[in-house]
Design a protein around this ligand. Structure first.
Ligand SMILES: Cc1cc2nc3c(=O)[nH]c(=O)nc-3n(C[C@H](O)[C@H](O)[C@H](O)COP(=O)(O)OP(=O)(O)OC[C@H]3O[C@@H](n4cnc5c(N)ncnc54)[C@H](O)[C@@H]3O)c2cc1C
Length: 468
């Protein structure tokens, strides 16, 4: 049974220093996350500089004489940089396995952050073009818009793409995203691919930097071809071939809580996937009412020879249907494994895992695989009420087996059971440990803040957010 947090707090665990029992080695050396992400940002920045240089070379000073000239100049710059950002946005989601394995959710959060700038740049581009023509033709903006749409080839498709991007940007605001659910949000985001194709056609047919410079046009087309090939290969061809080989099926569906379900999947040659505890797949269950959607779920147990397991909580339409309709024998298509949130991030002997609600799943899988003594791995499970604690029996079993110290921490946000002081009470050597957190964006941000207050270094905190 779950013990109350106060009972645990009366018997805090005391750190033991200098003991070498319980074999443990640091994870494989990976190129540090920060250096790799900084290198990517630098490369992206160099691309922007290159585009600006191209624009500069092709824009003689005497072409800038009037207000419309300046407006066109700004429209060209915002259009060029916006188009480049759109390409980067798509590349970030192209699922390059090497990058996914090292940067994981950083790629998705960079994609989310850049999305806002992309929408701003494209709005500026459209506004500046319309303003430039309005001033030079002395015409009202709506008249100019109609005239541009009628006159220039490809602008109509590019405008449709622009509107789709606006919609994607608008629906990415957290409050709207929550209301829309994963299904609606994902469908809108799929529109980005035709939108990007329309934008590309527009740039090559009307972008002065490309119409006047065939080399630049070829390089630009080459860059787009590479990214398109990566998307098609990593997101369609490789998953298709992989699923043909592995032939995954649902082996067992097990209710592990009122609204929490574990699903066991078997397949051939599972080890070839190279999946690790903590990673996630996008799962598509080929059953009635489920086959047309793929949702991300983490592995909730370490992969076995021929078995994978996920555990999901019923939160919306899809997960509720999944609970009702999923039966053993159903075929499953997997896309993945994705994510860098694995035991490889461990650099210290001591580890604290903090799982918020269903965010416990990848942590439970990682905890199962981490070598060490019982006291090395403190597993804190955060929930607002006891009913929201998931996989408790399994965590208690790991505790009894001497693999982890399991601490359920139940309490409202107001009376945060994971405030900095309470965290230090629970784990006095907190600053000397690696911290793995998984949960909602709000819970993760609050916990990171508390850990920082407790003087834990940022580099020791590893997070995974169940957000899209
Ligand atoms: C990398 C990653 C790994 C994930 N791993 C798991 C996992 O192992 N197990 C699991 O159950 N879920 C996991 N999720 C979340 C899971 O993908 C969503 O819960 C699922 O797609 C919801 O689909 P839906 O149509 O049922 O609900 P939606 O209609 O998409 O959502 C319904 C409502 O629930 C909210 N919501 C969505 N997800 C959650 C959540 N996890 N907790 C509370 N509220 C939520 C939404 O904001 C919305 O308000 C993961 C997400 C990501 C990005």
């Amino acid at each position: 049974m779950v013990q109350s947090q106060s009972a645990r707090l009366q018997v805090p665990y005391t750190p033991e220093r200098g003991s070498s029992e319980g074999g443990w080695r640091s994870g494989l050396p990976l190129l540090p996350r920060r250096s790799l992400s900084a290198a990517l940002l630098l490369a992206a920045g160099c691309g922007v500089a290159g585009l600006l240089a191209l624009w500069w070379r092709q824009t003689p000073a005497d072409r800038l004489q009037s207000l419309p000239d300046y407006l066109v100049m700004l429209a060209q710059i915002t259009g060029l940089v916006g188009a480049y950002l759109l390409l980067i946005e798509i590349a970030l989601m192209a699922r390059f396995p090497w990058l996914e394995r090292r940067l994981g959710s950083w790629l998705a959060s960079a994609h989310r952050s850049l999305g806002g700038y992309l929408v701003l740049l494209l709005c500026a581009h459209v506004g500046l073009v319309v303003a430039a023509y309005s001033v030079s033709l002395r015409a009202a903006p709506p008249e100019v818009v109609v005239s541009i749409l009628r006159t220039y080839p490809g602008v109509l498709a590019a405008t449709a793409g622009f509107l789709a991007m606006l919609l994607a940007g608008f629906t990415s605001a957290r409050s709207i995203r929550r209301r829309l659910g994963y299904e609606g949000w994902h469908a809108i985001h799929l529109l980005m691919y035709p939108a990007a194709a329309a934008a590309f056609w527009h740039q090559l047919s009307l972008g002065a930097q490309f119409t006047r410079n065939p080399w630049a046009a070829e390089a630009w087309a080459g860059l787009h071809t590479v990214v398109a090939a990566a998307v098609i290969s990593n997101r369609i061809v490789i998953p298709f071939l992989s699923n043909r080989r592995h032939r995954f099926r649902v082996a067992r569906v097990e209710m592990v809580g009122a609204d929490v379900v574990s699903v066991y999947i078997t397949g051939r040659h599972v080890a070839e996937l190279g999946a690790e505890a903590g990673q996630y797949f996008r799962w598509r269950f080929l059953s009635r009412g489920l086959w047309y959607q793929a949702h991300p779920f983490s592995l909730s147990a370490a992969p076995q020879q021929n078995t994978l397991r996920l555990t999901f909580k019923c939160v919306g339409g899809y997960t509720k249907r999944l609970k009702r309709r999923l039966r053993p024998g159903a075929r499953v298509l997997l896309d993945g494994p994705y994510g860098a949130f694995t035991g490889v991030l461990r650099r210290r002997r001591g580890v604290v895992m903090i799982g918020g609600g269903i965010g416990t799943t990848p942590l439970r899988a990682i905890a199962e695989t981490l070598p060490g003594r019982r006291r090395d791995i403190v597993f804190i499970q955060r929930a607002s009420k006891t009913a929201d604690l998931v996989l408790t029996r399994e965590l208690e079993a790991l505790d009894r087996a001497g693999r982890i110290i399991y601490i359920p921490a139940v309490g409202s946000r107001k009376n945060d059971p994971l405030s900095a002081d309470r965290l230090l009470d629970l784990v006095p050597d907190l600053g000397d440990r690696d911290i793995f957190i998984c949960g909602s964006a709000g819970m993760t941000a609050a916990t990171v803040r508390n850990l920082r207050r407790a003087k834990v270094r940022r580099g020791r905190i590893h997070t995974e957010i169940f957000d899209f």
